[in-house]
Design a binder for this molecule. Structure first.
Ligand code: PMP
Length: 432
C-alpha cells in the first residue's frame, strides 16, 4: 500500500495541504484549547447571522426532498436574474444562471471546462491558484502594488497582453471587487477602461462579486455593465447573507457564453447533481430581497465601514501602510516601511512576521504569500470580523440608520477586534 502512496497521487496535488485560511483557523483553535487568549483576525467569515426571513424560509422548506434541476430551482434562477437586473443594471436572464454548492465550486468547474490562459491579479483570494493547479491549468499573474491601491489598471493589463504579441489567445481574466484580501474596489471609470481592454482582446471576465452587497456605501458597480457580452458574474449567499455554511453560489452568463454554461452543467450533472433543495428554496427569499433584508444590509455596512476605518487608522499611526477599505471586511497590511526595525528582530518575510505575531502577541493574521504575493514581501491580510455579529446588529438597530454610529460604538461592541489591532500596533513598534 505504501508504494501506492508514492506513485499513484495525481502529480498536480503533490505538496498540496489544507487551504491557508483553514490551516490557520485550526492552529488558533488548538492554541485556544491550550488556554491562550488568541485574537483570530485570520478567518474571513461573515460575523452576521442569516437574516430572519431567510432562516424562516429554510425552516418551511425543510420537507423539500427531491433532486432539483442541475442548473438550479427555476424560481431561484429567476430571482438571481432579477437581482442582477435591479442591482447591477444589466440584462440578465434566468437561462444564464447556474446555482452551485458555493461559488468556489462553480469557479473550479469553470476552470475545468475552460481551456485557455487564466489571468489573476494579485494579491488575490487564496483559492484561485490552487484550483488551477489541481486541474493543471496555466495561470498568468499580474502583480499590483500598494502605490496603485492593490488594483490592476487598464494600462497595466493592456501592456501585459500586448507584450506577448498574441491577440487571439483565449483568455479568462479573474477580477474580484470589493476585494478579498484588500477590501478595495474599482471606480466605474476604472471598470469601463478595463472592460475596453478585455473587449479588444476578446477576453472573458470572471467577475467575482461575492462582496458586492457589502460595499460600505452601497455603491457597488459591476463590470458587466460595461462589458455585458463577455462577463460572467459570480455571487452567492456566503458573504452578504452571512450563510457561508449553507453552500450556495451563483454564476450569471451572457448568451454569448452559454456554451461554457452548458459544459459546466454537464460536469455538474456528473458530480454534485444539484444544490440541496431546502437551501435553494430559502435562497429565493434572499435574492428577492425586501425591506428586512435591505435594513439588515444597511446595518452590516455601517458597522463594517466604521470598524474598518478605525482599524486602518490605528495601524496607519503605527507606520503600517494600509487603505481604509471600500467594502467587505479585510485590510491588506504592508509592513515594508518598518522593514529595518523588523529585520533587527530577525523578521524578514511575511510568514515569519505572522508566526512571531501569533507567538508573541497572540494575534492571527495571514501572510501575503497566501494571496499569491512574493514570499519575501512583508504583507499580510487582516479580517476584522472577530465579533458577535448578532449582538452588534441588535445594538446598531437601536440607532437610526441616517445617523453615524457613536464614537464609542465599535469600542463597546467590537472590542476583541480593536484589541487585536492595537496589539499588532504595539508589537510592531516595540524595539526588540
Ligand atoms: N471569492 C472570494 C473572493 C471569497 O472570499 C470567497 C469565500 N471566502 C469565495 C469566492 C467563495 O465563496 P463561497 O464558495 O462560499 O460562495
Amino acid at each position: 500500500m505504501n508504494t501506492q502512496k508514492h506513485v499513484s497521487l495525481n502529480l498536480n496535488l503533490r505538496g498540496m495541504g489544507l487551504s491557508a485560511t483553514l490551516a490557520l483557523n485550526e492552529r488558533c483553535h488548538q492554541l485556544r484549547q491550550e488556554g491562550h487568549a488568541i485574537c483570530n483576525l485570520g478567518l474571513g467569515q461573515s460575523p452576521f447571522p442569516v437574516p430572519g426571513p431567510v432562516v424562516e424560509a429554510l425552516r418551511l422548506a425543510a420537507p423539500e426532498k427531491s433532486y432539483l434541476p442541475v442548473r438550479g430551482l427555476p424560481a431561484l434562477r429567476e430571482a438571481v436574474a432579477d437581482f442582477h437586473r435591479s442591482h447591477d443594471e444589466i440584462e440578465a436572464y434566468a437561462d444564464g444562471v447556474i446555482i452551485g454548492p458555493g461559488s468556489k465550486e462553480l469557479m473550479f468547474l469553470l476552470q475545468l471546462t475552460y481551456y485557455g490562459e487564466i489571468i489573476i491579479t494579485t494579491p488575490c483570494w487564496v483559492s484561485y491558484l490552487p484550483q488551477a493547479h489541481i486541474i493543471g491549468r496555466k495561470v498568468s499573474m499580474i502583480h499590483t502594488s500598494h502605490e496603485q491601491g492593490w488594483r490592476i489598471t487598464a494600462e497595466q493589463l493592456q501592456r501585459s497582453w500586448e507584450l506577448v504579441h498574441d491577440d487571439y489567445r483565449p483568455r479568462l481574466l479573474v477580477l474580484n471587487y470589493p476585494s478579498n484580501p484588500s477590501g478595495r474596489t474599482f471606480t466605474p471609470d476604472e471598470l469601463k477602461a478595463i472592460a475596453e481592454v478585455a473587449r479588444r482582446f476578446e477576453a472573458i471576465v470572471l467577475s467575482d462579486e461575492i462582496y458586492g452587497q457589502l460595499h460600505h456605501q452601497a455603491q457597488h458597480v459591476s463590470i458587466a455593465r460595461f462589458y455585458p457580452e463577455g462577463t460572467i458574474v459570480s455571487s452567492g449567499l456566503s458573504k452578504w447573507c452571512g450563510a457561508g455554511g449553507w453552500r450556495l453560489g451563483t454564476f450569471h452568463f451572457p448568451p454569448d457564453l452559454y456554451w461554457l454554461l452548458d459544459a459546466m452543467a454537464a460536469v455538474a450533472s456528473e458530480t454534485y447533481t444539484s444544490v440541496s433543495a431546502p437551501i435553494q428554496h430559502a435562497a429565493v427569499t434572499a435574492f428577492r430581497g425586501g425591506v428586512d433584508i435591505e435594513r439588515y444590509l444597511w446595518h452590516a455596512r455601517r458597522i463594517l465601514a466604521a470598524l474598518g476605518r478605525q482599524c486602518a487608522d490605528i495601524l496607519d499611526q503605527a507606520g503600517v501602510r494600509v487603505f481604509v477599505p471600500d467594502g467587505a471586511f479585510y485590510l491588506f497590511l504592508d509592513f515594508s516601511p518598518l522593514r529595518e526595525r523588523l529585520a533587527k528582530r530577525g523578521i524578514e518575510k511575511g510568514a515569519a512576521l505572522c508566526n512571531r505575531l501569533l507567538e508573541e502577541a497572540a494575534v492571527a493574521i495571514l501572510p501575503g504569500v497566501a494571496f499569491a504575493r512574493s514570499r519575501s514581501e512583508l504583507t499580510a491580510r487582516l479580517a476584522y470580523v472577530d465579533f458577535n455579529g448578532a449582538r452588534v446588529l441588535a445594538a446598531s438597530e437601536s440607532i437610526p440608520l441616517h445617523e453615524d454610529l457613536p464614537a464609542d460604538f465599535t469600542r463597546r461592541w467590537c472590542e476583541r477586534v480593536l484589541h487585536g489591532v492595537e496589539r499588532i500596533a504595539e508589537w510592531v513598534t516595540a524595539d526588540s
